[in-house]
Design a protein around this ligand. Structure first.
Ligand SMILES: Cc1cc2nc3c(=O)[nH]c(=O)nc-3n(C[C@H](O)[C@H](O)[C@H](O)COP(=O)(O)OP(=O)(O)OC[C@H]3O[C@@H](n4cnc5c(N)ncnc54)[C@H](O)[C@@H]3O)c2cc1C
Ligand SMILES: NC(=O)c1ccc[n+]([C@@H]2O[C@H](COP(=O)([O-])OP(=O)(O)OC[C@H]3O[C@@H](n4cnc5c(N)ncnc54)[C@H](OP(=O)(O)O)[C@@H]3O)[C@@H](O)[C@H]2O)c1
Length: 302
């Protein structure tokens, strides 16, 4: 179990491609937790070598958007985070602690922490998350992690935010945090889903559109059914064909764009490839570029 948790955590950080294994482990540096509570049980299970700092949070609300898409709101006293970062949620399931990374969807200023997730068939944690009720305890890492934040990006004329499925979450956090309005004159939020009923958070997006009508655009992609408002198909195809840029009346180019891509690893891979063919480069600390990515599970490595 220790190894499983260890490699899960290390892999999730590796997906960001910015920290080495030693740094990953050092992020487990533990703070004291009150003995006897769930946090202490999690700590014991994690053992003496790989230790994490866990806080016991309380579920406030579980909202079902569809029979597979849910939002979880919880209250927990955790360290401040930056919009775009992720944390880890954990539950003890049949005597085993199962922990997984989840992006914050709420603004860092919001006292309620919110996570948007899809149930994966047979998935150990999501199958249990959907049984939670208000008042239930849930473990959350005390410190957030990740580099999918505006602090890692250069300024640009256009910020493109490309997501699949539940990966709209970190972008909603970034929109709510507000820094982007000062740094990017034009912002395009793209949400790519299979069917239109999976375009969650339309009210929140609508409110942002009303607050920033000249600056923000929202362009949904729906791949498995026809609609009269979304682009039909997949994001990289929409970039290659020029349909996304035509819809936005903006171009994606190395001179004037920053592109954040989050979610399905195959989409991240295919989109990066298309963008690299246009001369955009991956964004690295020692060599700033235009493409910043986060993958939600293991797949094609970009
Ligand atoms: C940095 C980071 C942030 C993440 N943030 C979120 C988030 O905000 N919301 C969220 O739903 N998931 C997120 N994930 C994925 C999440 O950690 C879990 O993998 C997922 O919730 C499934 O957990 P599980 O234990 O049920 O199944 P797992 O055993 O963890 O997953 C089984 C398989 O399900 C598929 N899968 C996993 N996550 C997703 C997903 N989100 N969409 C589609 N297919 C998936 C993959 O094929 C995976 O191998 C994130 C992952 C990383 C690395
Ligand atoms: N969505 C559901 O109805 C549903 C129901 C039950 C279970 N699940 C499970 O939930 C998980 C997540 O489903 P999801 O629908 O949120 O996420 P998803 O499978 O990542 O699909 C989201 C969007 O990404 C697109 N996509 C996939 N591969 C791509 C690529 N290489 N390039 C560009 N775009 C790509 C999909 O297009 P395509 O449609 O063309 O693939 C879809 O429009 C899956 O493990 C699934 O088994 C989903």
């Amino acid at each position: 179990m220790q190894m499983r948790l260890r490699y899960d955590w290390v892999n999730s950080l590796r997906l960001n491609g910015t920290v080495n294994e030693r740094e990953c482990y050092s992020r487990f540096a533990e703070r004291a937790v009150a003995p006897g509570n769930s946090a202490e049980r999690v700590r014991r299970r994690l053992g003496g070598t790989i230790m994490s700092s866990w806080v016991e949070g309380t579920v406030v609300r579980l909202h079902a958007w569809t029979d597979t898409l849910y939002s979880l709101q919880l209250r927990a006293d955790i360290a401040p985070f930056a919009a775009g970062q992720f944390t880890r949620l954990a539950l003890e399931i049949e005597g085993e602690v199962i922990a997984r990374p989840y992006s914050f969807l709420n603004s860092p200023d919001d006292p309620l922490h919110e996570f948007y997730f899809v149930t994966v068939p047979g998935g150990p944690l999501t199958g249990r998350l959907i049984t939670l009720a208000p008042g239930d305890p849930i473990m959350i890492a005390s410190k957030a992690a990740g580099f999918f934040t505006l602090g890692e990006l250069q300024n640009a004329g256009v910020l493109w935010m490309l997501s699949t499925g539940t990966a709209i979450g970190p972008f909603l956090s970034i929109l709510a945090a507000g820094e982007l309005w000062r740094r990017y004159p034009r912002i395009v939020l793209v949400h790519s889903v299979r069917t239109a009923n999976e375009l969650s958070y339309r009210d929140r997006i609508q409110a942002e559109l009303q607050r920033h009508p000249e600056q923000l655009q929202y362009i949904p992609f729906v791949s498995r059914e026809e609609t009269d408002f979304a682009i039909r198909g997949r994001v990289p195809v929409g970039i290659e064909s020029g349909e996304l840029e035509r819809r936005a009346c903006l171009s994606i180019d190395a001179e004037n764009s920053q592109v954040m891509i989050c979610g399905n690893p195959a989409m991240v891979h295919d989109t990066v490839k298309v963008l690299q063919e246009r001369g955009l480069k991956k964004n690295r600390r020692h060599e700033p570029g235009q493409i910043t990515t986060e993958q939600y599970w293991k797949g094609k490595i970009t």
